[in-house]
Design a protein around this ligand. Structure first.
Ligand SMILES: [Zn+2]
Length: 270
């Protein structure tokens, strides 16, 4: 865990998404959870050394952010859409996925329940804790339930998967217009440090490149549609414009991810 500012910590080395901790004299706030049960219990031990966890935030609904909330204390806060999606996913699906991806973690999964949020919001929610403001705000585009976590006093924002810093972007459920609007919203914040959903910490200097990658994906798929290509032809012919490598060890291969992105964008723009 890396200390980012006086009261904000980030962990970029646990699979799969980046994790955060905000410390205050009244108790702490955790941001996202590891993908695997074995990592979750280790991360829990590490963060508990910094004090009591009062709140846990899932910054979007995908399994790499949400699946191990069960192992953590604190009132769970998410976007309303994240709660709705997870209610449909259910505990059984997570148990099967964990058995497949993290078999070593199965002894820890006895009595496991997929946690659903205790508190939800749609537009934004401000928390005031130990002299710090923790401002949660809707950041859709990568997924409907995406939220940012802005700590103005520390000039830091956690951007969920709206930013994949020098990592291949997952647009398999994307709404590109909303994604670009969310990037603009991040650009309006007064921050020195961005903790992206994936990849190392960055600054607002990366926003332009991130926007370009989204725009280029839209452009290549739209141009295939304009040329009259079918979805299958588009999948076969398009050269993916994202220059960055995919995070290793994810369930989808690079090829499968490209196909899923093209399919998603084809359906939106055709
Ligand atoms: Zn995601």
């Amino acid at each position: 865990m890396k200390q980012v500012t006086e009261n904000v910590y980030a962990e970029t080395g646990i699979f799969a998404c980046n994790l955060g901790l905000i410390t205050t004299k009244e108790g702490n706030v955790l941001i996202d959870t590891p993908h695997f049960a074995t990592d979750a219990v280790r991360w829990r031990d590490e963060v508990m050394e910094k004090g009591e966890v009062l709140y846990l935030i899932n910054t979007e609904e995908h399994p790499d952010h949400t699946e191990t909330s069960h192992f953590f204390p604190g009132t769970l806060i998410t976007h309303q859409k994240t709660r709705e999606t997870l209610a449909e996913v259910g505990t059984e699906t997570v148990m099967k996925r964990m058995a497949h991806l993290n078999p070593e973690g199965m002894p820890l999964m006895e009595g496991f329940r997929l946690r659903l949020a205790d508190v939800t919001f749609t537009e934004g929610l401000d928390m005031f804790l130990g002299g710090l403001t923790v401002r949660l705000f809707s950041l859709p585009g990568h997924s409907p339930g995406g939220i940012g976590v802005y700590i103005p006093e520390e000039r830091v924002v956690f951007t969920t998967d709206i930013i994949f810093h020098r990592r291949k972007c997952w647009l398999h459920e994307a709404d590109p217009e909303k994604w670009l609007q969310s990037l603009k919203r991040i650009g309006e914040l007064d921050v020195d440090v961005i903790v992206p959903g994936h990849g190392e910490l960055c600054t607002k200097a990366y926003l332009e490149e991130q926007s370009n990658i989204i725009e280029q994906w839209v452009e290549v798929v739209r141009s295939a549609i304009d040329k009259g290509l079918s979805e299958e032809e588009a999948k076969a012919k398009i050269t993916p414009p994202d220059p960055h490598p995919k995070q290793p060890n994810t369930p989808m291969t690079e090829e499968e991810l490209n196909q899923a992105i093209i399919s998603r964008l084809y359906q939106i723009y055709s």
